[in-house]
Design a protein around this ligand. Structure first.
Ligand SMILES: [Zn+2]
Length: 123
């Protein structure tokens, strides 16, 4: 008996995000909007300023091209035809290798799921 298993192939691609949203590094108030009763660390004036200094330095490093933003796309193919897709954008280039693996695994699973959904519609 012939098995009719679908041979779904996936292709992972990393691309540079040329026009990323970096507004989160351009000065923000980390403190709670309402008056904070919990006394979070980020609600402390000094901590908030410290975080903003770090963000400014991070943005300067971006402008020096020490890091950049990337997107990861995964396409799923069956017999050369693209039938599934998954993507994630806004990922920092100097991330841990572990995180890269995690993203690729998650997106691959998502793209395969997308492909299987598409295949089920045909059945
Ligand atoms: Zn707070």
């Amino acid at each position: 008996m012939k098995k009719l298993a679908h041979q779904i192939e996936t292709v992972v691609k990393w691309v540079v995000d040329e026009d990323p949203d970096l507004s989160w590094l351009q000065g923000q108030d980390y403190r709670c909007k309402e008056s904070c009763t919990v006394k979070h660390e980020h609600c402390d004036e000094t901590q908030n300023e410290k975080q903003n200094v770090q963000d400014t330095e991070r943005l300067a490093a971006y402008n020096r091209q020490e890091w950049w933003m990337e997107g990861c796309t995964v396409k799923a193919y069956l017999n050369g035809k693209e039938i599934g897709y998954a993507a994630l954008w806004g990922i920092e280039s100097d991330r841990e290798a572990e995180y890269t693996k995690e993203i690729e695994a998650d997106l691959t699973a998502e793209a395969v799921e997308d492909a299987e959904t598409w295949l089920k519609k045909l059945a």
